[in-house]
Design a protein around this ligand. Structure first.
Ligand SMILES: C[S@@+](CC[C@H](N)C(=O)[O-])C[C@H]1O[C@@H](n2cnc3c(N)ncnc32)[C@H](O)[C@@H]1O
Length: 239
């Protein structure tokens, strides 16, 4: 019988050893301790952060801090990190396979400015101090389309309110999704909250002027190959 604990945060290495019998990627999650934390805590994250920033970048405070929640196998995060070597990138992701695939790419390309956490994005406030995040990227988050399940969405009024103090002044939220109802709902929440100002907004990213600088995610590439549905994209400043 498959062994499946429900709460990610109570998983211990022992529990993971059990799970590894069904999923080979679980065993590989420990192979990249220099940039992937399978059991992150504020303490081990801070330790890794200072090691990476002092030793690898040569600067204790990177110019900009980017976070991506649900980075998948990190096509987007890796491109951004390569384009902005002076900045620092932290990816939150839950799935073992996607984390391991991302880690393999990061290692192969010797990218030094990324840390991956196997953690829920909802807990990002446990890892960062207030006014420390420059960019928060959320690409194609699980849309939870059923009305009764919408409370599971990452971008809710509560979450957007909770994270506002963690943005630096002029910090920005970048969001894209193919689920236009979710997109409309986030747009509405941002307008109502009055703590963010939407600077860029389109319900058809690939046909808009913003497409020129767009970095495709894995899911976006998949959508493109399967009929290319319109994609909502917005960029909002926290003020
Ligand atoms: C639809 S996929 C999109 C992946 C990637 N952003 C892309 O566009 O290719 C959503 C991803 O978010 C991850 N995820 C879901 N809930 C999450 C959460 N609460 N915190 C962090 N990641 C989450 C899933 O494991 C999945 O890889």
């Amino acid at each position: 019988m498959r062994y499946k604990p429900k709460d990610l945060r109570v998983e211990t290495p022992d529990v993971l050893n059990e799970l590894a019998k069904c999923n080979p990627y679980i065993a590989q999650i420990y192979d990249y301790p220099e940039f992937l934390l399978p059991h992150p805590t504020a303490k081990n994250f801070q330790k890794l952060w200072s090691i990476k920033n002092n030793d690898n970048i040569g600067d204790s405070s990177p110019s900009k801090v980017h976070i991506e929640i649900g980075c998948g196998s990190s096509r987007y995060l890796i491109r951004l990190a390569i384009e902005n070597p002076q900045d620092f990138f932290i990816g939150f992701e839950l799935r073992y396979k996607r984390l391991v695939l991302a880690a393999k790419k990061i290692q192969k390309q010797n990218i030094q400015n990324i840390i991956l956490l196997r953690e829920r994005g909802e807990f990002l406030d446990e890892y960062f101090t207030q006014k420390s995040i420059d960019f928060l990227h959320i690409n194609f988050p699980d849309p939870w389309p059923k009305k009764s399940k919408r409370k599971h969405r990452i971008l809710t009024r509560e979450f957007l309110t909770k994270i506002r103090p963690f943005f630096c002044s002029d910090g920005e939220l970048l969001f894209k999704t193919d689920h236009l109802e979710y997109f409309k709902s986030v747009t509405q929440i941002l307008k109502q909250l009055d703590i963010y100002s939407i600077d860029q907004h389109t319900t058809d990213l690939h046909k808009s002027a913003y497409n020129e600088r767009n970095i495709l995610t894995e899911f976006e590439m998949l959508f493109k190959s399967k009929g290319n549905p319109p994609i909502g994209y917005l960029r909002a400043k926290a003020f």
